[in-house]
Design a binder for this molecule. Structure first.
Ligand SMILES: Nc1ncnc2c1ncn2[C@@H]1O[C@H](COP(=O)(O)OP(=O)(O)O)[C@@H](O)[C@H]1O
Ligand SMILES: [Mg+2]
Length: 586
């Protein structure tokens, strides 16, 4: 007996909904994205009972023509693309025409909209299981109301968590989606109470609010590298922020989850604050659609880059370079500047536009990512060459004395420099260890008896492809069978770690991203701890020449303005501020 039948459209929608709509926060994301796509500059979200009972999104965008209203909830119906080629220049969040039909298959959905025509507003709702469109009072724009999510689906509904948890997810979804769209006024209400209001404002101001910091304590970097625009905000000091773990990563204005990017960001942060990954960052990359594919999953939160490795390099190099430049001086006069009027936060943030010369960028038209990498390195060396002024008095001046065995006091051309000896020395040692490792292979510690490791064919291939890198990392490994490796030595520095486990993690990382973060971050942690243990401790008397040589070493050291834990290593009190303390010249 034949058993195969076509599924009804409703069942197909309900199955498809499972991919996009798993909880109230995913409805929130889809509706907010539709409002962004509508060109609105005011969007409000109103949820009740954590979004389980009701979600309402209201915008002042272009609205939907009443003849199109029934189509808006039809499956695979969209106004955003016409054919597949349009994906190459599609700038909207949506393009699959699935969200409203999926949501309506698992909830009670209403759309009220009025477009710019003189025809009034219309409301689309299901009456007796039939979509019905009728005139309704409305302002220009669209309001979508979603009630009783999964009401008829007890199996799905039981996967929902408490109202408080669902509320938290909706809030996260609101923040993630809205943050990057800083030309839009956003409002978030829960059970009628206004919880978040984000006016149109500069991106670093929004980010500062989220970190619980003043906007003038946030670095804001923006630069163009070939076809890619890189923009990042991060606090001057990781120790200052009140709220931790705010990590926002966007590609072409979409909040995305991407292992390569997260890995690249982690690895850049490892260089300053090893071992900690609760840092705060806003990172936004913009690139032509040809270099990135968003059509990986219906929720469009995953992306595939045409060249993972080039994007990885751009992110780590740009962030590291920014960290190097932004360490140090921001801890200085401002902290002591007791009489200074409070700065307008917008005055002080750093914007670093590095636009490459036109002839170079025009070569990038073909989006050749190999040359993009070269370009990245070139732009960095150009920059650092331009920031090395030759002054008679060195920037950190000459040592005068030691204070309480902890601080070095030095005089430079503008005033007094105060150095935290341990913090500064720790950074110098850490950067030195890193450099030495960069120069050659890590020292290998031979194992008394080799460990045999069996791997799948593809992992063996990864090993062969990366064997010189693996040796550089201090692993002595040879292939002794079609799927067996013999581990004969591990990096000397990893004495206290399980060498075999570490090796397997590296192979995993290399096969997944082409980079080995597990090792990088573990190595950084080891080197960091080593540096901390070896650095000058408090109460150790130092001679003036010793202090001066430490000051000179700091000037030459990358990230010299911060210790390995992100604390500042020096600060400056300039004469002007010293004069203010003593009311001189008044
Ligand atoms: N807030 C809105 N403002 C204007 N048009 C909207 C809005 N929400 C939905 N639409 C219209 O409904 C269509 C279907 O929306 P959706 O199912 O989310 O698919 P997609 O966003 O992928 O096109 C959109 O293409 C758009 O034309
Ligand atoms: Mg949509």
């Amino acid at each position: 007996m034949a058993n195969i039948t076509h599924l009804s459209d409703l069942v197909i929608d309900q199955i498809a909904a499972g991919e996009i709509i798993d909880r109230p926060s995913s409805v929130v994301k889809e509706l907010l994205e539709n409002s962004i796509d509508s060109g609105a500059n005011m969007i409000s979200l109103n949820i009740n009972e954590g979004g389980i009972a009701r979600i309402e999104v209201c915008d002042n965008g272009r609205g939907i023509d009443h003849k199109d209203l029934p189509l808006s909830v039809a499956r695979h119906a969209t106004s955003k693309i016409k054919d597949i080629a349009d994906l190459n220049h599609c700038k909207t969040h949506g393009f699959r025409g699935e969200a409203l039909s999926s949501i309506s298959s698992v909830s009670e959905l209403k759309v009220i909209s009025k477009n710019g025509d003189n025809s009034g507003g219309y409301k689309l709702e299901k009456i007796d299981s039939k979509w019905t469109c009728s005139p309704s009072a409305a302002k220009k724009g669209t309001t979508v109301i979603v009630e009783d999510l999964f009401f008829k689906f007890p199996a799905r509904r039981k996967f929902l968590k408490t109202k408080a948890t669902e509320h938290a997810h909706c809030r996260n979804s609101f923040i993630k989606t809205s943050l990057v769209h800083n030309n839009i006024n956003w409002y978030f209400y829960s059970n009628g109470k206004e919880l978040i209001k984000m006016p149109e404002q500069l991106i670093h101001e929004r980010f500062a609010n989220l970190c619980g910091m003043e906007a003038n304590r946030i670095n804001h970097i923006k630069k163009t590298i070939g076809p890619v625009t890189f923009e990042a905000c991060f606090p001057f000091s990781e120790n200052e922020r009140k709220i931790k773990n705010n990590q926002f990563i966007y590609v072409n204005n979409r909040a995305i989850n991407n292992k390569t990017l997260m890995h690249a960001v982690n690895s850049a942060f490892d260089a300053i604050t090893h071992g900690k990954n609760d840092f705060n960052i806003f990172l936004s990359l913009k690139m032509p659609n040809q270099l990135v594919d968003f059509n990986v999953h219906p929720s469009k939160t995953e992306v595939r880059f045409k060249d993972n490795s080039a994007i990885y390099e751009i992110v780590t190099n740009s962030l590291r370079e920014s960290f190097k430049k932004c360490a140090g001086e921001m801890y200085t006069n401002e902290i002591f500047d007791i009489n200074a009027p409070k700065k307008n936060p917008t005055d002080n943030h750093l914007i670093n536009e590095v636009n490459l010369p036109k002839d170079k960028t025009s070569k990038q038209k073909k989006f050749n990512l190999q040359s993009l990498k070269n370009l990245t390195n070139e732009s960095f060396s150009e920059q650092s060459a331009s920031i090395s002024p030759i002054n008679k008095i060195p920037p950190l001046g000459y040592a005068l004395a030691q204070l309480h065995g902890i601080y070095i006091l030095a005089e430079n051309s503008t005033g007094l420099i105060i150095v935290d000896t341990h913090a500064a020395h720790e950074r110098i040692l850490f950067e030195n260890y890193k450099k030495n490792i960069g120069r050659g292979n890590l020292e290998i510690q031979k194992l008394i008896s080799p460990v045999l490791i069996q791997l799948s064919e593809d992992k063996i291939e990864v090993f062969i492809k990366n064997s010189s890198l693996i040796l550089k990392m201090g692993f002595d490994v040879i292939k002794i069978g079609s799927d067996v490796l013999s581990l004969r030595g591990v990096p000397d520095l990893t004495k206290n770690l399980d060498g075999e486990k570490l090796f397997l993690e590296i192979i995993e990382d290399l096969s997944a991203y082409g980079h080995a973060q597990g090792f990088d971050s573990r190595l950084m942690e080891l080197l960091g701890n080593l540096a901390c243990r070896s650095a000058i401790k408090a109460n150790r008397k130092m001679t003036i020449p010793e202090m001066n040589s430490l000051l000179r070493a700091m000037e030459k050291t990358d990230y010299g303005g911060k210790c390995n834990h992100g604390r500042p290593s020096w600060a400056e009190l300039n004469l002007e501020n010293i004069d203010k303390i003593f009311l001189r010249g008044r």
